[in-house]
Design a protein around this ligand. Structure first.
Ligand code: LLP
Length: 433
C-alpha cells in the first residue's frame, strides 16, 4: 500500500483530497483536471519557516514560481510571507500582482532580453546576473534610466548533485552561472559600475535532489566566496542558496527524501558560522518550488478505453500535453484508481495518454485494481512542473485547475477551449480573400 501524503485519504472506496471526493470533483468539473489542496501548501510553507527561523532569524523563502504559476497559489504563498524567484518578466508580473513586494523578489535567468532588464529596473526588483556580458548590458540600461540597481551573480559551484541530468544545474558543464574561480573578477567589475551595486550572491545546484550533502557543500562554497568578497568591499544584503530539495515520488518503493528540517540543518550552520566569523548578518534566501507545492496536487484523468495487447494499455484523457515529466525525465508518479481506491490489485497496467506519440506514457507496468472504461485515475505529486509545463500539442486545450480547502472546491483556472487556441492565430494578408 502506498504511503499517501497527508492531504489524501481513502474513504468508502474513493480517493479524497482534503475533504473532497475525487469522483465528485471529476463529475462536477470534468476531466482531465488538476486538483490542489490549499492546506497542504500552507503546511509545507509553515514547515519551512519553522525549520529556517528557529535556526537563523533572517531567512526568506522565495517561492520558485516556475513550479506552479497559478496566481491563486502565488497569492496564498505571498499572504504567508513568501517572496519569489522569478525567471521571466511574466513570472515577475505574476508575483507583483499577487502582492509580493519587489524587495522580496529575485529576477533570475540565464538569457534576459533588454526589455526584461528594463522591466526589472522599473519595478525595483533585484537582479541575479548570469554573465559579465549581462552585467555590462544592465549597467548601460540602468545608466539610461538613471537608476541604481542592486544585483547578485549566480555562481556555478561545480557540484554534481545526484539527479536527472536534465535538471542538474550546478555542474561545471552547465549553462548556468559563473564559475566560482571567475566570480571575484565579476564582482570587481560590478563594483566599478556606477549604476550597479552588488548586494548578494546566488546559486542553484539542481532540482529533485534527495540528499542534503550537496546542499551543505554548496553552502560552504558560497560562504567561502562571501568571505573573500566581503574582504574586497561587497556588502551582503542576501545569500541565496536556490531551491532543489526533492520529494519521494515513488511512495510504494520506499523512495526517501530529506525532511525540510534536515535540509535546514545541513545548509544553515555553515552559513551562520561564516556570518559570525565575518560579523555580518545578511538575509539567507532559499528558492523552493517542488518541495513546497508538489504533493499538494493530483491530476485526475478518465479512462477512455482499455486495450489488452502485449501489455494492458489504459487509454486516459490526459497525456504528456498535461504532464510531460514521465516522457521528459522518465519520472515516476504514483497512480491510484480513484473510484476503486480500496480494491486490491488485479492486473498490471500501463497508463497511456491520447497524444500521437509512442512516448506518451504516464506510468509503466503498475499493479492496479481491474480497470474498465469510465474509471477515474489519479496521478499523484503533480503540483510542481505539471500544469506549468503543459502544452496544447495535438490541438488539445489545457485543462482546468481546482483548488480545494476542506470541503470547498472551486476553479482556480478554467479549462481552455478550442476558441482560446484559435484566438491567437491570424491570417497572413495573402491568404485573405
Ligand atoms: N531556483 C532556480 C534558479 C531554479 O532554476 C529552480 C528550478 C528552482 C529555484 C526551484 O527548484 P525546485 O525547488 O523546484 O527543485 N521541470 C523539472 C524541474 C526544473 C527545475 C527548474 N529550476 C522537473 O519537472 O523535474
Amino acid at each position: 500500500m502506498i504511503a499517501l501524503p497527508p492531504n489524501l485519504s481513502c474513504r468508502d472506496g474513493h480517493l479524497y483530497i482534503g475533504d473532497c471526493n475525487t469522483v465528485t470533483l471529476a463529475n462536477t468539473f470534468k476531466t482531465p483536471l488538476y486538483v490542489t489542496d490549499e492546506e497542504r501548501i500552507r503546511n509545507r510553507f509553515l514547515e519551512y519557516t519553522r525549520a529556517l527561523n528557529s535556526r537563523y532569524p533572517h531567512c526568506r523563502i522565495l517561492y520558485a514560481t516556475k513550479a506552479n504559476g497559478n496566481s491563486t497559489i502565488i497569492r496564498i504563498l505571498a499572504e504567508m510571507g513568501a517572496g519569489a524567484d522569478v525567471f521571466s518578466s511574466g513570472e515577475l508580473q505574476l508575483a507583483l500582482s499577487a502582492g509580493m513586494s519587489p524587495q522580496t523578489l529575485l529576477f533570475n535567468g540565464s538569457s534576459k532580453t533588454t526589455d526584461d532588464l528594463i522591466r526589472a529596473i522599473q519595478t525595483g526588483v533585484r537582479i541575479s546576473l548570469d554573465s559579465t556580458d549581462e552585467l555590462y548590458q544592465l549597467e548601460s540600461v540602468a545608466a539610461e534610466t538613471g537608476r541604481t540597481v542592486e544585483v547578485s551573480f549566480r555562481v556555478n559551484p561545480a557540484i554534481n548533485a545526484p539527479t536527472h541530468p536534465k535538471i542538474a544545474t550546478g555542474l561545471a558543464s552547465c549553462k548556468f552561472g559563473i564559475a566560482a574561480e571567475k566570480i571575484i573578477p565579476a564582482y570587481q567589475a560590478a563594483l566599478s559600475c556606477s549604476h550597479l551595486v552588488p548586494v548578494g550572491i546566488h546559486c542553484h545546484i539542481g532540482s529533485q535532489i534527495t540528499a542534503v550533502e550537496p546542499f551543505a557543500r554548496e553552502a560552504e562554497v558560497l560562504m567561502e566566496l562571501v568571505a573573500e568578497l566581503h574582504r574586497r568591499g561587497v556588502g551582503f544584503a542576501f545569500v541565496d542558496l536556490g531551491g532543489g530539495l526533492g520529494i519521494p515520488y515513488n511512495r510504494a518503493g520506499n523512495e526517501n527524501a530529506p525532511s525540510i528540517d534536515s535540509y535546514a540543518e545541513a545548509v544553515l550552520p555553515p552559513c551562520i558560522a561564516m556570518c559570525n566569523e565575518l560579523g555580518i548578518a545578511p538575509e539567507i534566501w532559499i528558492e523552493p518550488g517542488r518541495s513546497l507545492v508538489c504533493d499538494s496536487t493530483i491530476l485526475l484523468t478518465r479512462v477512455n478505453s482499455v486495450k489488452h495487447a502485449h501489455k494492458n494499455f489504459v487509454n486516459v484523457d490526459a497525456g504528456f500535453n498535461l504532464l510531460i515529466r514521465p516522457a521528459m525525465y522518465n519520472s515516476y508518479h504514483e497512480v491510484i484508481v480513484a473510484n476503486k481506491a480500496s480494491e486490491p490489485a488485479g492486473d498490471t497496467y500501463t497508463i497511456t495518454g491520447p497524444i500521437c506519440e509512442t512516448g506518451d506514457i504516464l506510468a509503466h507496468d503498475r499493479e492496479l485494481p481491474i480497470i474498465v472504461a469510465g474509471d477515474l485515475i489519479a496521478i499523484l505529486d503533480t503540483g510542481a512542473y505539471g500544469f506549468s509545463m503543459a502544452s496544447q500539442y495535438n490541438c488539445r486545450p489545457r485543462c482546468a485547475e481546482v483548488l480545494v480547502k476542506g470541503t470547498q472546491a472551486e476553479l482556480m483556472r478554467r479549462a481552455e477551449t478550442l476558441d482560446d487556441i484559435r484566438s491567437t492565430m491570424v491570417t497572413p494578408s495573402w491568404h485573405k480573400q
